[in-house]
Design a protein around this ligand. Structure first.
Ligand SMILES: Cc1cc2nc3c(=O)[nH]c(=O)nc-3n(C[C@H](O)[C@H](O)[C@H](O)COP(=O)(O)OP(=O)(O)OC[C@H]3O[C@@H](n4cnc5c(N)ncnc54)[C@H](O)[C@@H]3O)c2cc1C
Length: 366
């Protein structure tokens, strides 16, 4: 029709020279962030679907041991960029190093952990490479026909899941939150290749200098906790959290919280579980006075066992819970702490009674 340009059909460019699913292994002082290994496991599964290799990118100085570790966690090939200028994380040199390896060896998918540094790095790398980046993915899958990465994440305040595709550029990039995927067990018998990639950047060309590094004392590590006792608005204030801390201590658990409790200043942000907090996967999660809104659920729904304590029988958390207790946390919490302490004391006594018996048995046999 006159005056109308014909509709353009979206034609995917030829990306056949891009192959492999890669993970950036973020490290500090030669210790890898666990999310790198967690993503390596998912990368391995997706590479098997696509019939390609997995790659790991290790950047730093004196970090060859991490390249070897990456192979144990599932990397077929590790690109190692080791140079003094890369000793500490700084956006500019690390982004140049990762971008250089990607431009040279062309992976089709590149994943980063959503740590503070990982988010910063991924954004800078995507900008240099002029490709797309899905931030904070919570589900990853690949289409074996199109080789497209489906990176899904909660959106619109957690009310919807969006699946984001990057059809026109390579690599397809995503950051993923720690704790979303389980790390595979390391296999020391696995074999892989380590490719040392030379990197040249004069320290004088780097805009930022690290004068000193003052680590913040970490008071809580929810990502590795086996048991978490978490409180929400129903705790009523800091005193409620003091009671909950006793429950947590009695159970040997870490203390978690909903965003409402954190925003109210009852407990620090490092305890927040959920979409804008941490993703956790403990064996046992006890949600106390938490209604279970979707933004909280996305952070704890992968716990093996969920116990919900809430005085509202219609609270949404009960739909997710393995066990639900309808009642007042200020009655139930102290009762749990008391019982846990009794059981611990009994266990300690029984063990003490067993030990002298075992010691005298050992003594009489010599
Ligand atoms: C973009 C965005 C991101 C968000 N990110 C997060 C996040 O990361 N984490 C998060 O948690 N939330 C997040 N939220 C907020 C979320 O939507 C909810 O507002 C929040 O999770 C509710 O917290 P809550 O369950 O503690 O409070 P409420 O929803 O008010 O629930 C309190 C519950 O306590 C129960 N209760 C009250 N008193 C007692 C008692 N004595 N004993 C037992 N039960 C009692 C009540 O019945 C009620 O079910 C986010 C929201 C948005 C929009």
């Amino acid at each position: 029709m006159a005056g109308h340009a014909p509709a353009k059909r979206e034609q995917a460019p030829d990306f056949s020279d891009y192959r492999g699913v890669w993970v950036h292994i973020h490290q500090r002082d030669g210790v890898a962030a666990p999310v790198g290994w967690q993503l390596m496991g998912r990368a391995r599964e997706m590479a098997d679907v696509l019939g390609c290799e997995t790659g790991a990118v290790v950047v730093g100085h004196g970090v060859r041991h991490l390249a070897e570790q990456a192979i144990q966690y599932g990397a077929d090939v590790v690109y190692l960029v080791d140079a003094p200028v890369l000793a500490r994380y700084r956006t500019q040199p690390w982004a140049l190093a990762v971008s250089q390896v990607v431009q040279q060896y062309k992976p089709e998918i590149m994943l980063f952990g959503s740590t503070n540094d990982g988010r910063d790095l991924a954004g800078a790398v995507a900008t240099i490479l002029q490709t797309g980046l899905t931030a904070d993915g919570t589900e990853l899958s690949v289409d074996p026909e199109t080789r497209i990465l489906n990176a899904s994440r909660p959106d619109f305040g957690g009310k919807l899941m969006s699946t984001i595709l990057c059809k026109q550029h390579r690599p397809q990039m995503a950051t993923c939150r720690p704790g979303v995927f389980p790390a595979p067990p390391p296999d020391p018998t696995r074999h892989g290749r380590i490719v040392e990639v030379p990197f040249e950047l004069d320290e004088a060309e780097v805009h930022t200098k690290v004068l000193d590094f003052l680590p913040e004392e970490k008071t809580v590590d929810l990502s590795t906790a086996k048991v978490i006792v978490a409180g929400g608005r129903g705790m009523g204030g800091p005193e409620g959290f003091a009671m909950l801390r006793e429950v947590a201590d009695a159970l040997g658990a870490a203390l978690g919280a909903s965003r409402v409790a954190v925003n109210a200043g009852w407990i620090g942000y490092e305890h927040q579980v959920g979409q804008t907090g941490q993703t956790v996967r403990p064996k046992l999660y006890i949600a106390c006075g938490i209604s279970g809104q979707i933004q909280h659920q996305v952070g704890m729904q992968d716990a093996d066992i969920i116990v919900a304590i809430n005085r509202d029988p219609n609270a949404p958390i009960f739909k997710l819970a393995t066990y639900g207790i309808v009642g007042d946390i200020f009655e139930i919490g102290p009762a749990i702490a008391r019982r846990a302490r009794e059981l611990r004391a009994r266990f300690a006594q029984e063990q003490a009674a067993r030990e002298p018996a075992a010691a005298s048995a050992a003594g009489s046999s010599t």
